[in-house]
Ligand binder design. Structure first.
Ligand code: SF4
Ligand code: SF4
Length: 81
């Protein structure tokens, strides 16, 4: 999962809409705080007004994995479900 900082307008919608509270606002920016709780529902990416959230899923033999990648302007994260 990535939040594209260039596109994000810090509206907070992803924070409000995520049913399992993966995001939190910190210093008026959304950060991915609880990646392990993500259910891959896709609502955040669908509802983001700036298309700033990208969810990437790779399925290996036994589980889905979400990669939270990042460089300077992105939220860095890596986690497995
Ligand atoms: S919904 Fe999109 S634009 Fe709004 S804070 Fe979240 S990532 Fe940024
Ligand atoms: S895809 Fe994950 S982070 Fe996004 S709204 Fe659903 S549970 Fe929350």
């Amino acid at each position: 999962m990535e939040i594209d900082r260039d596109n994000c307008i810090n509206c907070g919608k992803c924070v409000e809409i995520c049913p399992v509270n993966v995001f939190e606002m910190e210093e008026e920016e959304p950060v991915i705080k609880h990646a392990g709780d993500c259910t891959l529902c896709g609502v955040c990416a669908d509802q983001c007004p700036e298309d700033a959230i990208e969810i990437q899923m790779d399925k290996d033999a036994s589980r889905y994995r979400i990669d939270f990648e990042a460089e300077q302007s992105y939220v860095d994260w890596s986690n497995s479900l």
